[in-house]
Design a protein around this ligand. Structure first.
Ligand code: NAP
Length: 339
């Protein structure tokens, strides 16, 4: 990369924002100046970047003068209001929220899958980062799609509480402590107790009986894979895990693809690590994936109920590959090829 950039992190104090800062440091992104933005609650707080204390500023429409790249993770409402201001000020926005993902004029990008789509940022000055559960699934499925084209996906997710932000991490911790101490604790983030429980509801229900999270997996998968014909059905479940989403993915292909072929393709795929030795109880685990940037795939087997089917178990850190790392990877392609 020939030049350095002025980078704004919007939502810098949140679960994703704090990881974003670490990922920018770890990947040595060419930052000339960094600006941390959040709500008025965080104004004046100090966060470290490369050992230097940076004061958090309150987000407003004038926050983006001189900014080249603005990475947003402060919720869809803020993205809808402030991403256009950032773009007008000349910044390219990489947005982690759901606000712009299905806008036909906004590219939805996973760099291992559709990096070419980034070029579409010029229309609105915005690039959308997909939903965390979609990102890890498409990274695992793309190499198989390229070999045998996917007809249908049936996915069930086991999603970590960090997917709902810092408050949900605290809620699970508090509920576990309360349970051990024999105290009761009222749920605040979720409609029910999450500790020692599984909640088959992520986000709100739609008219068709699916949740918004489930429909994100349906619609975003088609957009990223650039194939509106793929049929997808999803059941998304919140589980009492702090970091990393796990997914049981059943795939029907246009032609047969054997388990060993799939293992070979996935072993050579960018961003994927195959962990698949079930006889020794070796398979991807949420605890092992936490803090990592790769998508881990295991339990690769041929579906005995259909001719051209495979079953997979896919695990990735939702805050890193599912949000911060994917956003920084997008910024890297943008910086290298377009800015
Ligand atoms: P979080 O921990 O609750 O953090 C929210 C961030 O937004 C904080 O920095 C907060 O600042 C800021 N914010 C809230 N209201 C604001 C306002 N009025 N003005 C300016 N800043 C405001 O949530 P998160 O998990 O990091 O998620 C942030 C975004 O990333 C969401 O859009 C989410 O959908 C998306 N995302 C999350 C994940 C995940 O796995 N967690 C994955 C993909 C995408 P204060 O600290 O000042 O309140």
């Amino acid at each position: 990369m020939a030049r350095d950039f002025s980078v704004a992190v919007v939502g810098a104090t949140g679960a994703v924002g704090r990881t974003m800062i670490r990922v920018l440091e770890e990947r040595d992104f060419p930052v000339r100046e960094v600006r941390f933005l959040a709500s008025e609650r965080s104004e004046g707080k100090e966060l470290l970047f490369r050992g230097e204390k940076i004061c958090v500023q309150r987000l407003d429409h004038n926050s983006f003068d001189g900014v080249d790249i603005a990475i947003f993770s402060a919720g869809a409402e803020r993205s809808l209001i402030f991403a256009p201001s950032a773009a007008r000020a000349g910044a390219v926005v990489v947005d982690n929220s759901s606000a712009w993902r299905m806008d036909p004029e906004v590219p939805l990008v996973v760099p291992e899958v559709n990096p070419h789509a980034i070029s579409g940022y010029k229309t609105k000055g915005i690039i959308a980062n997909p939903n965390c559960s979609t990102i890890q699934m498409v990274v695992a499925l793309k190499p198989l799609y390229d070999c045998a084209r996917i007809r249908r996906i049936v996915v069930s997710t086991y999603q970590a509480v960090s997917g709902s932000g810092q408050k949900a991490i605290t809620e699970l911790e508090e509920q576990v402590r309360a349970w051990v101490d024999g105290r009761s604790s009222e749920p605040r983030v979720y409609p029910h107790q999450i500790a020692f429980n599984c909640l088959p509801q992520i986000d709100i229900f739609q008219e068709n009986g699916y949740t918004r999270e489930e429909m994100k997996m349906v619609n975003e998968t088609r957009k990223i894979m650039e194939d509106p014909e793929i049929r997808v059905t999803a059941t998304t479940v919140r589980v009492p895990v702090f970091y990393s989403h796990s997914e049981a993915v059943n795939v029907e292909f246009e032609k047969k693809i054997s388990a060993s072929e799939a293992r070979e393709l996935l072993s050579a795929a960018p961003g994927v690590k195959v962990v698949d030795d079930p006889l020794h109880s070796i398979y991807p685990l949420a605890l092992d994936a936490a803090g990592q940037d790769l998508v881990f795939v295991g339990r690769i087997r041929e579906d005995i109920s259909q001719a051209n089917g495979l079953d997979l178990w896919v695990v990735a850190d939702n805050i890193r590959k599912g949000a911060a790392t994917n956003a920084v990877q997008i910024a890297e392609v943008l910086a290298e090829r377009y800015l």
